[in-house]
Design a protein around this ligand. Structure first.
Ligand code: F0G
Length: 456
């Protein structure tokens, strides 16, 4: 097999600023061992997120110049609406400034005290918006999704038995919706199969429960369906995506992921009444329904991005580049979440740093070590992000201790990925010297963004 090359040439570049190991030690100390508090210019390879950090194409930049900045009824909106409708076939398409704005609006209408929202795994902003409305978010991930070492093809699936059982134990009228996150970001960027989507939809139908999709990474999910699920090999990713959306009553989207945009999102719906209620809220917080908190030019960038993202040469390179890092780690027996997912490598910090107990935050310690070794910035997805305190103030750790290295779209080349693998391998070889951390400052919600740490 020949090397799968980046399916683009580079027309505009952005410099990387290099730092020495000594400088990084100083900078990390100043950032209180929280990579979120580092300045981006002090990072060599920034894998904090794949959200809004990708490179736009020349066609998207040309689209930016075509942006129509009219307050109401701009041409940009109609181009955006057409692109979203071509994918989703949903009649009501509401632009928003990013994914969580769609979530805030949707759950203000559909959430509330006494309600439940069921999911494979809710992303943290989705859960926060559900809980902020007074409703309860419930994750019902399939059993194989909880084990980082088992390599199953669709580890993002919802547990259908658990879904049926939950509905049986509650009044279906109290279940606002089932919303599947594709791919399942918090669970390792793992895909959901079409079979699972269809089955979840059928269960919802029996009980008149709306079925939604958090479709931030729909194209990556559909690429996995094409290559892993029987009956899809001959279909295009666009056709698979259209089928996926055909099962949903609505979807929330962050265009910062699978639309190659730096900002934006949408809420798309079938129900006219729900769409009207959502638009009423949109006008208060986001803007007029044809721009929803975005500039006209952003709408054009999204419209073009949505057509580029289903390009299978791109998706092949995208998924392969993540798998490539996985193979390098595997050859050194480095523990990571298997199989590699759509947008990130998730290191298994619990196994990687098995000498550091959960209350000394092995994921945070590992992400700090990657920065010190090579200026790589990732994010802890473990007990800093999800840990809770019990009544005695004792930490209830997260089930998994992961470090996510999210790969921005079309941004880094293969040599950056080779460098990344070298950094991870070097950290692994010296892992016994890595120390745990303790928290010296934290906020009551989403503490991982601002928490401060000291080494123990
Ligand atoms: N849903 C999923 C699955 C996400 O991954 C995100 C964002 C959102 C919703 C919210 O979208 O950021 O546009 O408001 N994920 C980013 C990440 C932040 O780093 O994974 P947003």
């Amino acid at each position: 097999m020949k090397t799968i090359i980046e399916p683009f040439r580079i027309k505009s570049v952005e410099p990387i600023h290099f730092t020495s190991a000594g400088q990084r030690r100083q900078l990390l100390q100043e950032a209180a061992y929280n990579p979120f508090l580092l300045k981006a210019r002090d990072v060599i390879i920034d894998l904090l997120t794949d959200s809004g950090t990708g490179a736009m194409s020349s066609a998207q930049w040309a689209g930016i110049m075509n942006g129509d900045e009219s307050y109401a009824g701009s041409d940009s909106f109609f181009r955006f609406e057409e692109a979203v409708r071509n994918l989703t076939a949903m009649p009501y398409i509401i632009p928003v400034h990013q994914g969580r704005a769609a979530e805030k609006i949707l759950f203000t209408v559909k959430g509330g005290k006494g309600k439940y929202v069921l999911s494979n795994t809710l992303f943290d902003t989705t859960r926060a918006n559900i809980e902020f409305s007074g409703a309860t978010g419930v994750d019902l991930l399939c059993p194989e999704g909880h084990d980082p070492a088992v390599a199953a093809p669709f580890k993002g699936n919802i547990d259908l038995d658990a879904l049926t059982a939950f509905i049986g134990q509650h009044d279906p009228a109290d279940i606002s919706m089932v919303i599947l996150t594709v791919t399942n970001n918090s669970g390792g960027g793992q895909p959901v199969s079409m079979e699972n989507i269809k089955a979840a939809r059928a269960i919802c139908n029996q009980h008149h429960i709306p079925f939604f999709i958090d479709c931030c990474r729909f194209a990556e999910n559909c690429y996995f369906i094409k290559h892993r699920e029987a009956g899809y090999a001959h279909k295009t990713v666009l056709e698979i995506a259209q089928e996926l959306f055909s099962y949903a009553d609505g979807c929330t989207m962050s265009a910062k992921k699978d639309a190659f945009a730096n900002i934006g999102g949408f809420l798309a719906l079938h129900d006219a009444q729900l769409a009207e209620e959502c638009r009423n809220l949109l006008i208060i917080t986001e803007g007029f329904p044809t721009y929803g908190g975005l500039a006209g030019r952003d709408l054009d960038a999204i419209a073009i991005g949505l057509t580029e993202i289903v390009d299978e040469d791109y998706l092949k390179y995208r998924i392969r580049s993540i798998e490539y890092i996985g193979e390098k780690l595997e050859s050194h027996n480095i523990p990571f979440l298997k199989p590699t997912g759509g947008h990130a490598i998730y290191l298994d910090a619990k196994a990687f740093l098995d000498h550091i107990p959960a209350h000394q935050y092995p994921g945070q310690a590992l992400s700090c070590a990657l920065y010190l070794e090579g200026g790589v910035r990732g994010v802890e997805i473990g007990s800093v992000m999800f840990g809770k305190y019990d009544a005695d103030g004792k930490l209830t750790p997260s089930a998994m201790e992961l470090v996510r290295l999210a790969i921005p779209r079309r941004t880094y080349t293969q040599s950056h990925m080779d460098y990344l693998a070298e950094v991870i391998i070097a950290v692994y070889e010296n892992r016994s010297a890595i120390k745990g951390l303790k928290i010296t400052y934290e906020t009551p919600f989403l503490r991982h963004f601002t928490a401060k740490f000291e080494t123990v």
